[in-house]
Design a protein around this ligand. Structure first.
Ligand code: T4K
Length: 368
């Protein structure tokens, strides 16, 4: 029997190398609440990512919830429907109404040209997503935000290590939130981080993620428990030693697909981002009407061969029951996002994907 291929597989360092970290945790008995590995990982990630401050958190979803709290966002937030549900769920958890606008056909990121028309007196922020790790139109978004006095939060769940014009894409916006989930380029099993522009904001976020505690008897905000444990932080320190190798392996898979699929009628690979260093976190293809089958038939053909592809992001967030009655969720206003959701298929990409399996994947498309 042929082994199944998953859309992604977490990268794991050699187990034996994790033992000393665990021994240290067992020895000092500090398991969480900002212990030594937590502090070390914050410093190491700032160095690696080229940012000044970041606050680790339990996952990106709680990171987004905290980011909105930290900036005091209320009312309406302009956002993309083409993302994982956590993007807009984080707004709902803050009592904020998401306002969906369409995306750009080339990058599948929020279209800045659509943002302006969606601004109302209740708008306080823009939450954009660097989808698949490809940078948003950060300059245009910054310009609109400054003209209309809006905050910008980047859902950077996919954007670990991505550079834009030579510097970290995480430096854009008022805050940027990373995910270190098992399925991501860099993982701590579960985890995330909020990238902040200054020490004061980081301190505020550190309070918010720890119930609002400043000291034993002082609580300054209605905070939440969004802390990362020492085991997760230790794993992050170990993963960081291998992340360069993991990215290089992903780049090879990306290059193989691009070459092997070139000229395949009806299949479009999403263009590589301009002026950016990508992280090859996903490999989305768009299945056009000139391909012999529909996207869903291709998805099923893969499944029949035990190859798990994923329709990230179908259905659109705006079509889920808690959003669909909102006026901005009307698919007529979201033609590009709707078309992308119906044609996208993410092919497997991860460091351990063998050349034989890559060839098997491309063969399914070519056979059709
Ligand atoms: N914003 C954006 C734009 C996001 O994409 C996400 C998460 C978030 C915010 C929130 O981040 P976190 O709060 O999670 O930090 C997955 C992930 O659960 C989710 O983190 C991710 N985005 C989303 C795009 O994908 P599923 O439901 O597709 O995952 P699942 O469990 O089906 O896993 C996919 C494949 O990965 C499996 O078929 C096998 C493999 N896998 C998965 C896990 C969990 C493993 O081999 N080992 C594992 O432990 O959502």
């Amino acid at each position: 029997m042929i082994a199944p291929i998953y859309v992604t597989q977490p990268f794991l360092p050699p187990l034996a190398e994790f033992q000393p970290y665990l021994e240290q945790i067992w020895a000092n008995k500090i398991l969480t609440n900002g212990g030594p590995f937590h502090q070390q990982l914050e410093h190491s990630l700032c160095d690696y990512l080229g940012v000044d401050h970041l606050a680790l958190c339990a996952n990106a979803t709680v990171g987004l919830v905290i980011a909105l709290q930290a900036l005091g966002i209320k009312g309406e937030v302009i956002t993309t429907p083409y993302s994982f549900v956590a993007t807009s769920h984080s707004q709902m958890w803050n009592g904020i109404s998401p306002v969906f606008v369409d995306i750009e056909p080339d990058t599948l990121n929020i279209d800045p040209a659509k943002i302006k028309a969606a601004i109302t007196p209740r708008t306080t922020a823009i939450m954009a997503v660097h989808c698949y790790g490809n940078p948003c139109a950060v300059d245009a978004i910054a310009q609109i935000a400054s003209e209309s006095n809006l905050k910008v939060i980047y859902d950077a769940a996919h954007a670990f290590g991505v550079k834009h014009r030579g510097t970290s894409v995480l430096r854009h916006g008022d805050l940027a939130v990373l995910s270190f989930h098992a399925t991501k380029v860099f993982n701590t099993f579960e985890g995330g981080a909020i990238v902040c522009p200054d020490a004061k904001t980081k301190q505020h976020i550190d309070h918010l993620k720890n119930f609002g505690f400043v000291d034993e008897t002082t609580v300054v905000a209605a905070g939440i428990n969004g802390k990362m444990s020492e085991v997760n932080a230790a794993l992050g320190l170990l993963q960081l030693k291998y992340v360069g190798d993991a990215l290089a392996a992903r780049q090879k898979v990306d290059a193989f697909y691009r070459t092997a699929l070139q000229g395949t009628v009806g299949i479009t690979c999403l263009a590589k981002p301009i002026n950016a260093t990508p992280n090859y976190s996903y490999f989305p293809i768009l299945v056009g009407t000139d391909f012999p089958t529909s996207r869903d038939t291709l998805h099923a053909a893969f499944k029949a061969k035990s190859i798990n592809t994923r329709r990230y992001f179908y259905p659109l967030i705006s079509s889920f029951p808690m959003y669909r009655s909102m006026s901005s969720a009307d698919p007529q206003h979201l033609p590009v996002a709707t078309a992308a959701a119906h044609s996208v298929l993410c092919l497997p990409i991860y460091p351990g994907l063998s050349p034989q399996d890559q060839a098997r994947i491309v063969q399914v498309i070519h056979d059709i």
